[in-house]
Design a protein around this ligand. Structure first.
Ligand SMILES: [Cu+2]
Length: 240
């Protein structure tokens, strides 16, 4: 997705915001064109957010999203293809961040059957609309054959929790996003977001082990923006 596309969409959806500008100038000549010209001067920023847990240590697998305070909605990011594997009683990766419309292939590498039971992740919706559910069963892998796989299209935004009816300890999450301003923290707890317009934003953070949805935090985006974002999350230990 390009920067230009983002603002073209934002301009179209938020024509109301341009009204004072249009009134002051010649409506016939300007209109949407002026809106775009004005935005061309705006800088795209890189935002780096360091998320820590209750213990003060970097918090991996958190999803950080930014939303403009003025209500502008950027164009949704392009869908992708993703593989989520079931191996040694785990979903790998444990947390996936995917644009809405993405296709996910689930593949069972264990020699016994697993389900993929996907349901809305309770309190953990991070402001996203209500999600949806689906259920698959994947046969155990037979030596010398391809692992059993099934594909699903994630056509709504929201957070899904993944589980297996047969193995209660199996847990995974998919954060389906409709904004390009979303990023997952790495092992260093850092989420990096590019092509963010300067201005006032709200920052939300979601993590699979959070007990309540944290309130959004205000952030003023300038060309280079860094922010420390402590949370109360106590992350479950990852089995390796
Ligand atoms: Cu299972």
């Amino acid at each position: 997705m390009t920067f230009t596309t983002t603002h073209h969409r934002a301009g179209a959806r938020h024509a109301a915001a341009t009204r004072p500008l249009q009134r002051a100038a010649c409506r016939a000549l300007l209109g949407a064109g002026l809106w775009l010209a004005a935005l061309a001067g705006a800088q795209a920023a890189t935002v780096q957010i360091s998320v820590t847990g209750r213990d003060g240590l970097p918090l991996p697998n958190a999803v950080v999203t930014l939303e403009p305070v003025n209500g502008a909605r950027p164009a949704a990011p392009a869908p992708v293809q993703m593989l989520i594997e079931q191996q040694k009683m785990q979903f790998l990766p444990a947390v996936s961040l995917l644009p809405v419309g993405s296709r996910v292939r689930f593949s069972n590498l264990d020699s016994w059957d697993h389900h993929v039971r996907a349901a809305p992740a309770g309190l953990s919706n991070a402001g996203a609309p209500a999600s949806y559910s689906f259920e698959l069963r994947l046969d155990g892998r037979v030596a010398g054959k391809e692992p059993s796989s099934k594909e699903v299209t994630l056509d709504k935004a929201g957070v899904l929790q993944l589980g297996c009816h047969l193995h209660g300890s199996m847990r995974g999450h998919i954060f389906v996003t409709d904004t390009p301003w979303a990023a997952k923290t790495g092992s260093d707890g850092i989420a990096q977001l590019g092509n963010v317009p300067e201005g006032q934003m709200r920052v939300r953070v979601w993590h699979p082990d959070q007990l309540i949805d944290a309130a959004p935090v205000a952030l003023s985006v300038s060309p280079v923006t860094q922010m420390a974002l402590p949370t109360a999350v106590v992350a479950r230990r990852q089995r390796l």
